[in-house]
Design a protein around this ligand. Structure first.
Ligand code: PEP
Ligand code: MN
Length: 275
């Protein structure tokens, strides 16, 4: 600990809005979509399906962090173009990861929300650059970051003037390697108690296992968190990245049903494909 009491990051709760979606205390926001935008058809099909089933925001990686230089690393600008088309057709705002300062301006004009990935949570120049914009941002907790370091990373953005921050617990690394990472649910609750920003979880990247996504989403809802981010793919087995953790459309439908999403988000307009 650096000596800052966690409570110093508290303040009046910030309701982050992305288009007509609000990460407020009264709703449970579901961000859904593939790990990576792969083809125009794949992202469109996914967008229309998750929209119909009650998702609020469409995700899709276009510039991807990859462990190995020999694996698919995203379509880049082409992927952003496909994401934008899908967003318009499915009436869903979009989020994609920004990995470098030179892409902040381009991406903030072409998507509705930016994402700072787990590995970039410590990249203070990137945090500050996003802080100078007003674009809403999902800030993922670094997988080796403490709660306080996560809160301070958010402060780097907020101090520059951008308060539109959603914090995301996406699993941390610990001694047990049965799963990809370990979802720190208590940590997510602590983040929520000690900051003014909404907090969501990403059980897909936290576990790497599609069968664990639903129970953890239900836990997040029961714990009073503000939402979840989950990976969904038309054919998970053929996904170019994160195939094992991606939900099928049927699994996503079952998840949304279990979360009673339409009942919970009463103020949300029910969409149907093609609206
Ligand atoms: C992602 O959400 O696409 C991603 C790579 O997540 P993380 O930064 O949490 O690994
Ligand atoms: Mn992924």
């Amino acid at each position: 600990m650096t000596g800052y009491p966690l409570s110093s990051y508290k303040g009046e709760k910030v309701d982050v809005s992305v288009g007509n979606v609000s990460f407020s205390k009264d709703s449970f926001t579901v961000v859904a979509g593939p790990c990576s935008v792969e083809t125009e058809e794949q992202i469109l099909k996914t967008a229309e399906t998750v929209s119909m089933l009650g998702a609020s925001i469409l995700r899709g990686g276009t510039y991807k962090y990859r462990k190995s230089p020999y694996t698919f690393s995203g379509l880049g600008d082409k992927g952003v173009e496909y994401l934008k088309k899908a967003s318009i057709k499915a009436s869903l705002p979009t989020v994609t990861e920004v990995m470098s300062i030179d892409k902040v301006s381009y991406l903030s004009k072409n998507v509705d929300m930016l994402q700072i990935g787990s590995r970039n949570m410590h990249n203070t120049p990137l945090l500050k650059e996003i802080g100078k914009t007003k674009v809403p941002v999902i800030l993922k907790r670094g997988y080796m970051a403490t709660i306080e370091e996560t809160l301070l990373a958010a402060e780097h953005i907020a101090k520059e003037g951008n308060q539109n921050i959603v914090l995301c617990e996406r699993g941390i690394r610990c001694f047990d390697d049965s799963l990809r990472f370990t979802l720190d649910l208590a940590g997510a609750i602590l983040l929520k108690e000690n900051s003014k920003f909404p907090v969501i979880i990403d059980p897909s990247h936290a576990t790497g296992k599609s069968n664990l996504v639903k129970p953890l989403c239900l836990a997040a809802s029961a714990a009073g968190l503000n939402g979840v981010m989950v990976e969904v793919h038309p054919e998970p087995r053929k996904a170019l990245s994160d195939s094992e953790q991606s939900l099928t459309f049927d699994e996503f439908a079952d998840l949304m049903d279990s979360l009673s999403i339409f009942t919970k988000n009463k103020n949300k307009i029910t969409r149907s494909v093609g609206d």
